[in-house]
Ligand binder design. Structure first.
Ligand SMILES: Nc1ncnc2c1ncn2[C@@H]1O[C@H](COP(=O)(O)OP(=O)(O)OP(=O)(O)O)[C@@H](O)[C@H]1O
Ligand SMILES: [Mg+2]
Length: 253
């Protein structure tokens, strides 16, 4: 018991340090951008500076969304607002949000002409997609393409986000969905708290879906989210679902 409390305390401290560190970078970039915008600037420099500020706002929004969702999941209070949605639209929004976020990356979307309808909490699924796309960009430091695809396969909507970045070693792959877990290679590549994927997995599983990764170290990664198609979803999935984390569930009497 004492050991567990000690570990939880240590986790909390690591979390707070990570949060503070991660919030500081975008804030510093925004302050610098705002200072620049205060001066007379050529039009193109002005545009690039406001794009930079805009990117930092996107990044902060994603992080704050993760913190909020993690808190709700941890306390067992994440409530899903389920509605029928065409996944292609949600994916398009995530692609649009991130397509200007890095001049060195190109985000390529492929989705068919037919709607791919699921019953989902659009805001939560957007958070999942934002996490996957931002990871794909962040862990491809040399730039390049990020492929995002949506397809209906065997009663499921399958969303894939593929990059050709640093990849994940086999022994680290099973741990990356745990909170605060980061691979050795990623620590040298980019800052991060290590919360995005754990939040993503909890949200996807709360929808009755699953998330998987395929990866080769140094060659890239593909994350796949599987959600039941609305036509195939069982009737109970039509009611708003309250979710608790596995740990909270374990602690129930
Ligand atoms: N596309 C990817 N390529 C390589 N490694 C990845 C990729 N996505 C995730 N990872 C690994 O999984 C770890 C966990 O990812 P996660 O998104 O949870 O955290 P993070 O990106 O480090 O921080 P944040 O909380 O800001 O998202 C990362 O630190 C990285 O080691
Ligand atoms: Mg991340």
């Amino acid at each position: 018991m004492a050991e567990r409390l000690q570990r939880q305390h240590q986790d909390l401290l690591t979390f707070l340090a990570g949060v503070a560190h991660d919030l500081r970078n975008p804030l510093a970039a925004m302050r610098m951008g705002l200072r620049l915008l205060d001066r007379p600037l050529p039009e193109d420099k002005k545009r690039r500076t406001s794009e930079l500020v805009d990117r930092q706002v996107t990044r902060l929004e994603r992080m704050v969304g993760d913190f909020l969702d993690a808190t709700l999941i941890e306390s067992g209070h994440l409530e899903l607002q389920l509605r029928e949605r065409d996944v292609r639209e949600l994916v398009q929004e995530a692609v649009d949000l991130y397509s200007l976020s890095s001049p060195d990356h190109r985000i390529v979307l492929s989705a068919g002409d037919e709607p791919v309808v699921v019953r989902a909490d659009a805001e939560r699924i957007a958070q999942v997609l934002n996490n996957l796309v931002s990871n794909a960009i962040k862990y491809s430091p040399a730039g390049g393409d990020v492929h995002v695809s949506v397809a209906a396969e065997g009663g499921e909507a399958v969303i894939a986000v593929q990059d050709w970045g640093i990849g994940i070693a086999p022994e680290e792959r099973k741990h990356i969905f745990e909170p605060f877990r980061r691979s050795g290679a990623s620590r040298e590549t980019a800052p991060g708290v290590g919360l995005g994927l754990s939040v993503a997995r909890q949200i996807v599983e709360a929808h009755g879906g699953r998330i998987e990764v395929e990866s080769a170290l140094g060659r890239g990664s593909t994350f796949r989210v599987h959600l039941l198609l609305a036509a195939a979803a069982p009737a109970h999935a039509t009611a708003p679902a309250a979710v608790s984390s596995p740990r909270a569930a374990d602690e129930q009497p």
